[in-house]
Write a protein that binds this ligand. Structure first.
Ligand code: UT7
Length: 330
């Protein structure tokens, strides 16, 4: 057991200005507002400008988190960016963000890919590195420009995703029992093909033909992913509660990955926790992958849904198929 505790000192988020509504989408592919709303709960999503890269979304989110924490970029010695849409395949998005923010060169900066579970994985990684005593202040960002990897001709996926960013500043805590109490991470590698980008990696580099077939875009077997999302998120939530001897009704707010309102409702029913205890913003942003939980966490904090002493449960699921949960006492 670590001797040090880690706390969230500040949060921030950012979503690009352009709103893409279901009505507008239904002029682009054969879909309808009614279908999207009833199947997913999504009403609109944000889309980054063509010249806005993930780092451009991550920077304002990070600035807000630093301001909230009362810190400056000079205080950060660890930057982890959870993303599947880095500005470039190499170098890491974290290095672009480091440069734009002016984080010192002695800081460790890297990306982490656990898809939609990325923020919970990055939070766990940052906390473990802080608890080691080798780092003092971490900036953890979840950011995605999913509009750059969506197949805009595939109605089964393009209606679901959006762009955005969320960030948290983490430091060592002084009050025992306050901060990150624990995490439970997992991965179901058998499911790699259920949600993936088939081409453009080392297994099958892109060719002119594969690009014409849009195989460098997201492909998802929605129904199978839906069932596994409910199963894995329920398991991740139950396990962590059990590990810490906490009943579900002691959780003030669950911040689940925002992929589909029906998934969140299923978890609410399995955990026998009313929907009022779940933070939901999937209606306004769609699924923003690694950005979804930190964006929701920041909105929850700024709208007074989290108070000192509260217990918050983060629960995530994504391509991999990765999943995870984190328990935080404020
Ligand atoms: O972040 C990672 C985790 N991702 C997720 O958790 C996503 C999980 N999956 C889902 O959220 C849901 O499976 C979807 C929202 C993707 C789909 O909902 P569904 O209730 O599973 O629908 P479906 O795939 O069974 O499709 C039902 C019908 C099909 O037509 P037929 O075959 O019944 O005639 C689809 O072709 O709806 C059709 N359809 C559409 N119709 C209008 C699929 N996409 C659309 C669309 N508009 N956009």
């Amino acid at each position: 057991m670590p001797t040090r505790s880690t706390v969230i000192l500040g949060t921030g988020s950012y979503a690009p200005a352009r709103v893409l509504t279901n009505a507008e989408l239904s002029t682009m592919v054969d879909t309808s507002d009614e279908w999207i709303r009833t199947r997913s709960g999504i009403r609109e999503r944000r889309i980054a400008a063509p010249d806005e890269a993930s780092s451009d979304l991550g920077v304002p989110a990070a600035r807000r988190a630093l301001e909230d924490a009362g810190l400056t970029p000079a205080d950060i010695d660890l930057l982890i960016v959870a993303t599947v849409t880095p500005d470039t395949p190499m170098p890491a998005c974290a290095c672009y963000i480091q440069h734009k923010l002016g984080i010192p060169t002695h800081a460790a900066c890297f990306d982490l890919n656990a898809a939609c579970s990325g923020f919970v994985y990055a939070l766990d990684t940052a906390c473990a590195m802080l608890e080691s005593g080798r780092y003092r202040k971490a900036l953890v960002i979840g950011v995605e420009k999913l509009s750059s990897i969506v197949d805009w001709q595939d109605r089964t996926t393009c209606v679901l995703f959006g762009d955005g960013a969320g960030a948290a500043v983490i430091g060592l805590g002084e009050t025992p029992g306050v901060g990150l109490l624990g995490t439970r991470l997992g991965s179901f590698g058998e499911g790699t093909d259920l949600l993936c980008i088939p081409r453009g990696g080392s297994r099958a580099p892109s060719t002119a033909e594969s690009i014409a077939a849009r195989d460098h875009c997201i492909r998802m077997k929605g129904k199978e992913v839906f069932k596994l999302a409910v199963r894995c998120m329920d398991e991740a939530a139950r396990d962590i509660l059990e590990q810490h001897g906490i009943r579900a009704d002691q959780i003030s707010l669950v911040i689940p990955h925002q992929a589909n309102l029906r998934i969140i409702e299923a978890i609410s029913s399995y955990l026998e926790l009313p929907m009022e205890r779940f933070f939901v913003n999937v209606d306004r942003y769609g699924n923003t992958s690694a950005a979804s939980i930190p964006l929701a966490l920041d909105e929850a904090r700024r709208t007074g849904r989290i108070k000192p002493g509260d217990l918050t449960l983060l629960v995530a699921f994504g391509a991999g198929l990765t999943y995870g949960s984190a328990l935080i006492r404020w």
